[in-house]
Design a protein around this ligand. Sequence first.
Ligand code: NDP
Length: 506
Amino acid sequence: MEPFRNEPYSDFSTAAPRDAYLEALDTVTSKLGGHVPVVIDGKPVATDVRITSIDPANPDVVVGTTGSASRAEAQLAIDAAKAAFTDWSRRPAAERADLVHRIGDLIAERKFEMSAWMTLEAGKNWVEAEADVAEAIDFCRYYAHQAVRIAEPVPVVGYPGESNESFLIPIGPGVVIPPWNFPLAILVGMAVAPVAAGNTVVIKPASNTPVLGAHFMDIVAEAGIPDGVINFLPGPGSDVGDFLVDHPDTRFINFTGSKEVGLRIAQRASAVHPGQPWLKRAFMELGGKNALIVDETADLENAADAIVRGAYGYQGQKCSACSRAIAVASIHDELLDLVVARAAALEIGPGAENKSVGPVISAVQHRSILEEISRGRDEANLVLGGEAIDRDGGFYIEPTIFAGVRPEGRLAQHEIFGPVLSFISVPDFEEALSVANGTEYGLTGGLCSSDPERIERAKREFHVGNLYINRKITGALVGVQPFGGFKMSGSNSKAGGQTICGSSPR
Ligand code: NDP
């Protein structure tokens, strides 16, 4: 394997990647509307019901349909993963790693085509879609390297007259349940980490974005991953999700999604069902209410850029998104003006046209965000946006800013998961830190400041999994910024870091 390096991003201001992206969009557009099945043990499985995936920029356009599994297919998928475990777990780590690395290489060969599917299925613009695909590639290559590393014995202290060993083992079949907002990166990362380590999985993709998962499965087959090691089971989370989580043969669950569903899974996973010979492990990556603190020593232009990029990249639909700007009072108004000017200038339109702000993912999400904005009007001052935009029936919402937000109010506490930013004014850095820490979440955070002592304090006292200084708080790179939060943001297994989900110390 080549040494790990992050997949580079394209410069879309130059002609070659721009033309390649447009060509990929044409190719994908010509394939819209196809059907992809459930895949169990390497074989397509027909289902009575289908999931229809639509383009959020134009809901009349059907991106594709997938099979929709019932509990019967879920049982078959678990059986397949269990059967495949025996052989796969015994393969040498180097062989598993090569195959997983190959998945990454094949995605890289198809980078723009996969990105174009993402643009049309998830509403991401070119930069956001390519970053998602690049992260998926990185996860494959990074975890391939990690699989080889963790196959080495864990050092133990010597003891006279004895020879002791400690090493990691694969633990069994697991269930992978990703969200729709990183439809490739998170799905791939949560699946290939345990697979590289010798486990087998059933992937239940998010119902808003199942088609991307199906394209990943084509690559899995092409890479030569044996049948049954990765099974693909689109279906309603509320039905097959519970079944997979409860199943006595499920050994671990890799979940990323909302706090509500995550807590439900964590509780159910702690129950022992008849025939279950093990304690299940549940790895949880949940929501965020992330803050960027700006003090009076900060470069305000840079801070405004960081806030706007963090708040409106992919329409604020990132667990790491900047949803609170906490500004020291002496610079609050100036910073607010800079942020409002930048946010107001963002172009709104389809991801396919590479506009800065695209549609939110679904009608349900659109309604929920607008309801939060409506509530917010009673709570704080709406200084920008707040309205839906009607274009081709797409789910657009203007970049929205509330000022005068109370730290304990709903706007500052509840994860909205849309293009909505709350400005909070505080007297000083001390109070800023306290407000920043004053939510149930602890995922990402940032500080814009030129004061070295405050930066050091933030490193110790700003209780988030990923802290960024003088830059945006989104866009963690695999291996560079291992990603995962504290408190209600998750169980703190670091994605793209040196913990492999679903492997067990022994
Ligand atoms: P949801 O929690 O609604 O859904 C996540 C996944 O869980 C989907 O695949 C869903 O399936 C499935 N699901 C739903 N109900 C159940 C159930 N009872 N049992 C098992 N699975 C179930 O989250 P979203 O997809 O809306 O994603 C947004 C959330 O994800 C935000 O809160 C965001 O902060 C968080 N997130 C966290 C990240 C992190 O690293 N901490 C990264 C990215 C997002 P279906 O689609 O069929 O309902």
